[in-house]
Design a protein around this ligand. Structure first.
Ligand code: GLC
Length: 570
């Protein structure tokens, strides 16, 4: 890929990454080509036809690098190596080429807040305190036999882990103890990271999704925080998420890497207030776009504590969504999503009446998110309307944070049954179950009858083979949405058009995109009929018709419509 000198990001500027429709792949669960029960890179290559038929133009592949897989690849032991169970570098090159031949680009996951404790740098750092690699990580002495402070890691317990064979010495980890944080205060570490990023960009990938990037700057005082749970700890986020000084690291990261390539950078940037969006995605922003989590966690008070549930209403989602779209539009560009590998299934989260956790509901949610201003990201399985599972025992979970949340719920005084309910509702495993390609016992995911994680079990009802051939399926609806956005007369409006909220009843989320055309979107997020006010041609509808009653249009439960405004149509 050629180095280029990029113009500044202008709000109205056309950019390739604004025009993409991205599909996120969790490789371990997508398709197992060699029968070991684990999805792999060749498996993705073999399913490219499916992705091309859907119409997506870019794939984001979750980490495939050498890893002990404690956090399924978000614990990297070699940034330039490929995890054996996923395949080889040749497999990846083959995938990049095969995807390119179908007009599909590839972005990888960049995990540089932390590495695995099995990375050679960390191994050198603990083997010899005088090693130059010692300063690639964060080490501190304990306080009177206790860890240096009371910060709780995101996956539970102290952020400090004793260093083996050293007295009163600890290393720091924001996430699991097998994910030691890299020390961004050290310029030598930063240079290694930049070199690695550029090495990948030279290989011809189209860019990166950048993991947990708002955590790279830690408050240097390392002082205690207020205790906020029965475990006696306080959240690490208070002192390590989007903290002052991070701007220096992020600007340098962009300057030394992304800025010099025709590539896309998508930041996972939780904890950034809207009044700082300019710095992140504005003209000189650190990234092309970021994910906004302000509404993704609407069902829990704090994204990582699943036992603190909220009683949210559609109006709350509407307020958060409009606020988010407004802030992003003022500053730059957003990465829109309903699901990802850290969230439960959207059907189970956002459709509160279980009777509509079906194809109607999946299409309604699809309409809601897909036409927002920004680049849409579809997570594997979302396009066929997958739902959460119900596990009967904690033994059936793989995800580190599910296991932690289960135990923390018990510690907070909830019963085992309640703890299991919280985890079933929120577990990251919900979105990590093997992809149901067909209705067979192993859902066509693998030749093996023992996939690495149990299936959801409802592949007879929800599977790709059925969805692809059925015209009224969720898959076909997603195809239509993609066609409309990228290949119809409405392309300019749907990609570059202005976003503005429309007035509606509390339970209806209604907005408009205006460019060459004016398009309106109405989504009823309730099980009651709702009146709307609009005139125009119906371009997309998850019901067969839009009913009129007493001179007004009436949306049925969870009905969603896309309307082209115009005098000549009704
Ligand atoms: C991000 C990833 C998540 C991972 C964590 C630690 O939030 O999306 O899956 O566990 O970072 O890398």
């Amino acid at each position: 890929m050629n180095m280029i000198l990029k113009e500044k990001n202008r709000l109205d500027q056309q950019e390739f990454w604004k025009e993409e429709v991205v599909y996120q792949i969790y490789p371990k669960s997508f398709y197992d080509s060699d029968g070991d029960g684990i999805g792999d890179i060749k498996g993705i290559t073999q399913k490219l036809d499916y992705l091309a038929e859907l119409g997506v133009t870019m794939l984001w592949i979750c980490p495939i690098f050498t890893s002990p897989m404690v956090d399924n690849g978000y614990d990297i032991a070699d940034y330039k190596g490929i995890q054996t169970e996923f395949g080889t570098m040749e497999d990846l090159t083959e995938l990049i080429e095969a995807a390119k031949a179908k007009g599909i680009k590839l972005i990888l996951d960049l995990v540089v807040n932390h590495s695995s404790d099995e990375h050679a740098w960390f191994q050198a750092a603990i083997a010899d305190p005088a090693s130059p690699y010692r300063d690639y990580y964060i080490f501190k002495s304990g306080e009177a036999g206790n860890p240096p402070n009371n910060w709780r890691s995101i996956f539970g317990g102290s952020v400090w882990e004793p260093v083996p064979n050293e007295d009163n010495m600890y290393y720091f980890h924001t996430f699991d103890k097998k994910q030691p944080d890299l020390n961004w205060e050290n310029p030598a570490l930063r240079q290694e990271i930049y070199e690695m990023i550029n090495w990948w960009l030279e290989k011809g990938i189209a860019g990166f999704r950048i993991d947990s990037i708002t955590f790279i700057k830690k408050d240097q005082d390392y002082e205690d925080v207020a205790v906020d749970g029965s475990d006696g700890f306080g959240s690490v986020k208070v002192k390590t998420r989007n903290r002052p000084g991070i701007e220096k690291f992020l600007a340098e990261l962009n300057r030394e890497t992304f800025q010099n390539y025709e590539c896309v950078s998508v930041g996972e940037a939780p904890g950034v207030p809207y009044d700082q969006y300019d710095q992140y995605i504005g003209e000189d922003g650190y990234f092309n776009m970021i994910f906004d989590f302000h509404y993704a966690d609407i069902d829990v008070e704090n994204g990582s504590e699943w036992f603190r549930r909220t009683n949210w209403q559609p109006q709350d989602l509407k307020d958060l969504l409009f606020k988010s779209q407004g802030a992003i539009q003022n500053s730059g560009w957003g990465a829109n999503f309903l699901e990802n590998h850290d969230q439960p299934r959207s059907l189970s989260k956002y459709i509160t009446d279980e009777r509509y956790q079906n194809e109607i509901g999946a299409k309604a949610l699809g309409t809601l998110f897909f036409f927002l201003r920004g680049t849409p990201f579809i997570y594997q399985g979302q396009e066929i309307g997958m739902k959460n599972f119900q596990r009967e025992t904690i033994e059936d979970f793989n995800d580190v944070s599910s296991i932690d949340n289960y135990h923390r719920s018990l510690l907070e005084g909830y019963s085992e049954k309640e703890a299991l309910m919280f985890v079933n509702q929120r577990s990251r495993d919900n979105n990590r179950t093997p992809f149901p390609w067909d209705a067979a016992e192993n859902a066509g995911f693998s030749e093996s009858n023992e996939p690495w994680l149990k299936l959801t079990g409802d592949q007879a009802a929800v599977n790709a083979a059925d969805q692809v051939q059925r015209e009224d399926s969720v898959f076909s609806y997603y195809r239509q949405m993609i066609q409309l956005r990228n290949h119809s007369a409405y392309r300019q409006t749907l990609i570059y058009g202005q976003f503005s909220p429309l007035k509606s009843t509390d339970a209806v989320i209604a907005y408009e995109r205006s460019g060459n055309e004016t398009l309106q979107f109405f989504v009823n997020l309730s099980n009651q009929e709702q009146e709307i006010e609009t005139t125009g041609e119906v371009l997309l509808n998850n019901y067969n018709e839009l009913q009129m009653q007493n001179g007004a249009q009436v949306l049925q439960p969870y009905q969603a419509v896309v309307i082209r405004k115009g005098e000549n149509h009704d």
